[in-house]
Design a protein around this ligand. Structure first.
Ligand SMILES: CC(C)(COP(=O)(O)OP(=O)(O)OC[C@H]1O[C@@H](n2cnc3c(N)ncnc32)[C@H](O)[C@@H]1OP(=O)(O)O)[C@@H](O)C(=O)NCCC(=O)NCCS
Length: 301
């Protein structure tokens, strides 16, 4: 018997785009973001990207990938779930999640999650998508943690870094847009300090213009910051300063350089994704908490 689920391939992206636009109004979907985060994810498997058609239209979709943690554990990450507003409360969301769960079980995945990286739309379920929270709870997912984004109005500030760059140059710190003079040093730095962010760095290096700045001291890379490599267009992150160079103001300069670039590209607003240090962004660029996400998990043991 043919499966009632479609395997979503790149050919389905225009329909998936229409579905996401209709069912996820808090987000700015585009064909390019869907292409990047669905088939563009090296972990993408069409058998874990499910669609449901009714009367010739794509009315539901659930996209999962097998996410392997640095320590080797595997999780079934549900990275996208959408049902056409006119078809909601008819069991489609439940059917899609149950089928994904079955396919993850077949792959002997011990746990499902709604949060993963890289190539992510969200760092969890936005709590304002209340029906999604209700559905995950109904299907016996447990709330694991909250994550926040922050936002900055790019037209409200200049993000000028000249004075700070001059002060830091006196201490032999210099700032560059990648690839710049130390591209291989940048890759070594990421591999050493934050290998989990190597994909974000690769994506930033592939953007036009390259959306990554870094700081050097004595030709060594000591800090970096990137944008437009996570979530939707206009998103800042990831960033990091080497442990022995923290507290000098390098991160603040790199953050401002990225925001200034985004402003020049006529973005009006910057979303800072999956924030750790809220006070760093609040005090340096007046960022405020803009979105709250819940990670749901379910054990399949
Ligand atoms: C979340 C979503 C996929 C649910 O799809 P759906 O097909 O309507 O879900 P179901 O019909 O299978 O709902 C199953 C259960 O979930 C809960 N639920 C779903 N929508 C609900 C709502 N609006 N209010 C309260 N409970 C709700 C209920 O327990 C429901 O069972 P019931 O109808 O017997 O009460 C759909 O609302 C949607 O597309 N929302 C926008 C996308 C989204 O938020 N995605 C999450 C980001 S990944």
């Amino acid at each position: 018997m043919p499966s009632k689920y479609l395997a979503l391939t790149p050919d389905h992206l225009p329909e998936l785009f229409e579905l996401c636009k209709a069912s996820l109004p808090l987000d700015s979907f585009s064909l390019s973001v869907l292409t990047r985060w669905v088939p563009g994810d090296p972990r993408y498997e069409p058998e874990l990207a499910l669609g449901i058609r009714r009367d010739g239209r794509l009315v539901g979709a659930a996209v999962g990938v097998v996410h392997t943690l640095p320590e080797g554990d595997r999780r079934g990450w549900i990275k996208l779930l959408a049902v056409d507003p006119a078809q909601q409360r008819r069991g489609l969301g439940t059917a899609l999640l149950r089928e994904l769960e079955r396919r993850f079980r077949d792959r002997r995945i011990p746990q499902l999650t709604t949060t993963g990286h890289p190539y992510y739309f969200w760092p969890g379920v936005d709590v304002r998508y209340t029906p999604a929270c209700c559905l995950f709870e109904r299907l016996e997912f447990n709330e694991h943690r909250y994550t926040v984004n922050m936002a900055v109005d790019l037209n409200a500030q200049s993000f000028d870094t000249a004075a700070d760059e001059k002060r830091l140059a006196d201490q032999d710190f210099f700032f560059h847009r990648a690839p710049g003079p130390a591209e291989s040093g940048l890759r070594d730095f990421i591999e050493r300090e934050w290998p989990i962010w190597r994909h974000e760095v690769d994506l930033a290096l592939g953007n036009d213009p390259v959306s990554l700045f870094y700081a050097t001291r004595h030709e060594q890379v000591v800090a970096y910051a990137a944008y437009d490599v996570d979530m939707f267009k206009g998103t800042f992150g990831s960033m990091g300063t080497g442990p022995s160079f923290r507290g000098e103001g390098l991160g603040a300069v790199l953050l401002r350089k990225c925001l200034s670039d985004m402003k020049q590209m006529r973005y009006r607003r910057c979303e800072i994704a999956w924030v750790g240090p809220v006070s760093f962004y609040a005090s340096n660029v007046g960022a405020t908490i803009s979105r709250v996400f819940r990670e749901y998990r379910k054990s399949l043991d």
